[in-house]
Each structure stands twice: as C-alpha cells, then as structure tokens.
Design a protein around this ligand. Structure first.
Ligand code: AMP
Length: 121
C-alpha cells in the first residue's frame, strides 16, 4: 500500500492537528490516544512515512529502527507500566482493523488487560 500523506498522523507530525505529546526525538513521536481503551493508552509513531510494521522493517534505516524500539521501552518505563505490565500492539492492514495508515504501536496498560485476542463472536 502506498503511503497516504493526508492521514491523521501525518497531519499531527506536520503540526496541522494537535496531539497530547508524551515523547519526541529526531525519529519518533508519541502521544496519548484520543480515544483511550485503557488507563494508559499511548501511540508511538516513527516520523518517516511508513504504512505498517512490515513497511518500516523493510524501508526504514537502522538508525530509525533502533530509535523507535529504544523509544518504546523508554516510554513504557516513563509511563510507569514497565513494572506492572503493558501490551505493545500494532495493527497492520484490513484484517487487523488498522484505521490510520501510518505505522504506529499502541502501548496499553494501567489495568489487567485480559487475553490478547477475543474469540470470534
Ligand atoms: P489503529 O486501529 O491501530 O489504526 O488505531 C488508530 C488509533 O488512532 C485509534 O486508537 C484512534 O483512537 C487513534 N487516533 C485517531 N486519531 C487520533 C488523533 N487525532 N489523536 C490521537 N489518537 C488518534
């Protein structure tokens, strides 16, 4: 899938839409999800134009990849969930119900999260 430069996270990155920022460096931005599913629900995104984790893994530089993974760990520690536990999740594509086509990782925490996948309804 080609990157859509008009997606909502691209607009956050260029300052067109505000966000509630929790972390930023040269390669990474993290902010609170606008519709939190858990007491802690933060989104971590690379600043580069990647659609999904597979796109990021194939096309991002090693510097970007290292920065992203290190940032996720730091954010989890800074949010206070590294000890109690958290979920690191990325939806990619239609079957995963990815809504925003800019690669992002959700960090969920702050309560017991239950099993990872709900059984089919
Ligand atoms: P996904 O289904 O993995 O693509 O999740 C996209 C997430 O982005 C959802 O949890 C939304 O609540 C969140 N979201 C959408 N727009 C915004 C926004 N402007 N600021 C913060 N979070 C957003």
């Amino acid at each position: 899938m080609a990157y859509d430069a008009n997606n909502v996270f691209a607009k956050i990155l260029c300052g067109e839409i505000p966000c509630n920022k929790v972390y930023e460096d040269d390669h990474v931005l993290a902010f609170h999800d606008v519709n939190p599913q858990t007491p802690v629900h933060v989104l971590v995104i690379p600043k580069g134009p990647y659609v999904s984790v597979d796109d990021f893994a194939e096309h991002a530089s090693e510097t970007e990849i290292v920065a992203f993974v290190r940032a996720v760990g730091k954010i989890a520690r800074d949010l206070g969930v590294a000890g109690s536990g958290y979920r690191f999740l990325s939806n990619s594509g239609a079957d995963a119900h990815q809504e925003v086509p800019h690669f992002h990782v959700h960090i969920f925490g702050g309560r017991r999260l239950g099993r990872m996948i709900q059984p089919p309804a």
